[in-house]
Structures are given as C-alpha cells and as structure tokens.
Design a protein around this ligand. Structure first.
Ligand code: AMP
Ligand code: MG
Length: 404
C-alpha cells in the first residue's frame, strides 16, 4: 500500500462529512457554539444621541471662552437621567441641563461638559472649561446602524458576540448542532482507570484524551470504554457506537496479528478506506462510513492518536457543526535549533511556540516518539516538518499549528 499525503487524506475525509444542521437555542447557551445565521441589527445602537458623561448639557458657543480663571455662568433649568427624556422647552443660550451618562441629549444642546469641569451653586453653574460641538455626545447608531450585519454566520461565539447579539435584542439564536461522538479504545492490554493494574497492562489514556479533544472541537463525547482484541467484541461495540453521529476508535489499525479494527469494520459496514498516511507520528488510519455515520480508526500510540485527531477528526467535527475555518490556526515561527529527519513523511513535532519581541519562536519539546505523551502534554503547538524536507536550520521560518 502506498502512502497518501496528509492533505489528500483530509480532503477525501472532508468531502464525505456533512454539516449537521442548525438548532435554535437561548442566547445564554451559545458560548463556543457556531453561529448559523447572520445577525442583523433591528435597531440603532445607541438608539438616540446620548451623553457619554455625567455633567451638563449646554450650547458649546456659550462656553467658548470658559477657563478655570474665567468661568462662564449658566443657569441650570432641569435634569435628565438615563432612561428618561428631557421635558420642557429646548435649551436656550445661557442655559444648561443636568445630564447623566446614557441620558438622551435634550433639544437645543450640542455638547456635554463633564461634572469635574464645573461648580454648582443652586441653579447657578460655573463652567470652567470650553466644550467643542458634539463633545461627550455619543451619536445615535455610532455602534451599530439598523440593517447592519453585526455577527456573521460561521462565527464561533465568544463573550463579545453574546453582548452584541443582546445589544440588538436577540434572545434565541440558530447555532450548528453538536455531533455525538462515540469514543472506543481497543486492546487487551488497556485498563480503565478504576481497574487494578495487573500484569503487562496500561491505562486507557487515549479514551480520555480523545473525549477531551472531541469536546474542545465542539462535539459531545460518549465514552464507550474498551473493546477486547476480538472481532466479536469489536463488532458488538462498533454496532453500539452507531447510535452516535460519529465514531472514533483508537488502536488496532496497524499490521499486528490482533489489529482487528479494519476487519471488524468491514464485516459490519460498507466502504471503509484504509491508508498509510505519510505522516509521523500516526501512519495507519482507517476512515469510512457505515450508513451515514463516519468512522475514524486512529492509531493506538497515544501521540499518534492525538496528532491524527488534530489533522483529521477536529476539522471534521468543525465541519459538522457549521464552521468555515476547518483547519487549526497556523503561524510562522522561527526555529530555535536545527532538526533533521528522513524524507517521505510529514512530521508533527510537539513544540512550544511563544511570542518574542517581533515574532513567534518555536522549540520542539523533548523526545518526539509516538509513545512520548509527556512532550505533547508540555507542548502548545505542533511544528510541521514538511514531507520532503530533511534538515531545518536554527533560525529558519517554519509553520506551526497551534493547539486548542
Ligand atoms: P495498536 O495500534 O493497537 O497496536 O497500539 C499501539 C500502541 O499504542 C500499543 O503500545 C498500545 O498499547 C498503545 N495503545 C493502544 N491503545 C491505547 C490506549 N487507549 N491508551 C494508551 N495506549 C494505547
Ligand atoms: Mg492494540
């Protein structure tokens, strides 16, 4: 079997992954979800010209000459607080109106002087500074205008977006449905966390790590525990897993005598693709569909499982939830020391990427074996060492994929 490139494999996978459709949920539940409609302002914000300060609304021309040594005296003729409208005649020359932050500018006024630049004695106001026309006035619609697109479809909703949607009065929002994702670990040597370690066994790190990756990608993980290395057990657990929208397994996709995932999937399904992907870590990969359910058989080595998820499963879950940006954010970074490898596979190195002075710098973290999860745990990024490259020198610019 020849090797397939990472990008090619991803393209084939994504061409088979479908958006799951939208659901309407309360605004308060939308954090981290993918917006599935354009949010359009139905009113101006602010709805009217209003004061940016606690102070006095006045006519700028009246206080042109005002200074601390030479204050101008005005007569206070009323007040207006936020949430109210000034009553009475439009302001005339020589008059001022007490005004609070957020209150509508009264007719006749064209500036607000802040309280700190005044002194008040009954209805006499000493103004100790001049004011420009429009000073301290927030114009109607200066934030958003009626009809304006304020949050576009496809946005991953952050707190400011929630604020923006509340600003335009939206309480129910269409977001992408989150897929349920079955997580199945395989292997006779794999123990669950409550089991007593006995003999040559190891804990199920992949099951928990994949569940967390699924959650951070926008899916709802369903942890199905561990399948034994028999076709019967694998087939039973995979059949059970078909209740979910997507299935992710780890282990059992290589060429060992007990790597039975491929055979089991073939027996219960149609159309499974098996690849050797030109990547390291994470060469073997199974992908296919049973009915409408996409299935990923990821390799068992923890770092391989982790990196393969990032390359293939995260973009798929993103697509299912309605995101447009399917790939993780990549940046260019300066390599802190030279690295080398053989040509023919694209390597993903666990790395730390930090901003320093005028750009990112990247340092691969410790040992890079497919079983060295510690390096991945200390990393915040995956450094991409291109397929055909063999040597990268200190100081070279490389592409780094930032981890969630
Ligand atoms: P396999 O692909 O099943 O041959 O597994 C490759 C290596 O990954 C073996 O050393 C397994 O013990 C290990 N492995 C497989 N599944 C898990 C898991 N769920 N958690 C931790 N290590 C695993
Ligand atoms: Mg195994």
């Amino acid at each position: 079997m020849s090797l397939i490139k990472v990008d090619e494999a991803r393209e084939i996978i994504l061409s088979r992954i479908q958006f799951m459709g939208a659901e309407k949920i309360p605004l308060t539940e939308t954090l981290g979800r993918v917006l599935c409609e354009d949010i359009i302002a139905r009113r101006n914000n602010p709805p009217m010209d209003n004061s940016a300060m606690d102070g006095y609304a006045l006519i700028a021309e009246d206080v042109k000459t005002a200074s601390p040594e030479n204050p101008v005296i005005l007569q206070v003729v009323g007040e207006v607080a936020a949430g109210y409208t000034a009553t009475g005649e439009p302001l005339k020359s020589g008059q001022a109106l007490r005004i609070m932050t957020g209150a509508p500018i009264p007719p006749g006024a064209n500036a607000v002087i802040m309280q700190e630049d005044t002194e008040r004695d009954g209805d006499r106001l000493l103004v100790k500074d001049m004011a420009e026309v429009d000073e301290n006035i927030r114009e109607a619609g200066e934030d958003v205008k009626v009809g304006e697109l304020v949050v576009p479809k496809g946005t991953v909703i952050r707190p400011a977006h929630i604020g923006m949607m509340a600003t335009v009065g939206r309480s129910q929002i269409f977001v992408g449905r989150r897929p349920t994702v079955a997580v199945l670990s395989t292997g006779d040597e794999i123990l669950d966390l409550d089991d007593q370690p006995e003999g040559p066994c190891i804990y199920n790190s992949n099951g928990y790590m994949l569940s967390a990756q699924i959650r951070s990608a926008g899916g709802i993980p369903h942890y199905l525990g561990i399948a034994r290395d028999t076709e019967e057990d694998l087939m039973e657990k995979f059949r059970w897993a078909l209740q979910c929208d997507l299935i992710v397994s780890s282990g059992g996709v290589s060429v060992g005598d007990y790597d039975l995932v491929k055979a089991s999937l073939k027996k219960i399904g149609q159309e499974m693709l098996f690849w050797k992907v030109a990547m390291k870590p994470g060469k073997p990969l199974a992908f296919g569909q049973i009915g409408d359910t996409p299935i990923f058989g990821l390799p068992g080595n923890p770092v391989s499982s982790f990196v393969s998820f990032e390359q293939f499963v995260r973009p798929s879950i993103r697509k299912m939830t309605g995101r447009d940006d399917l790939l993780s954010t990549c940046v260019q970074a300066k390599l802190t020391h030279s690295v080398s490898k053989k040509a023919g596979r694209q390597h993903f190195l666990s790395a730390r990427t930090v901003w320093e002075k005028d750009g990112y710098i990247v340092t691969p973290e410790g040992a890079q074996g497919s079983g060295i999860l510690k390096s991945a745990a200390q990393a915040n990024s995956l450094m991409i060492f291109p397929l055909e490259a063999t040597d990268l020198a200190e100081g070279e610019q490389v592409t780094v994929q930032l981890l969630e």
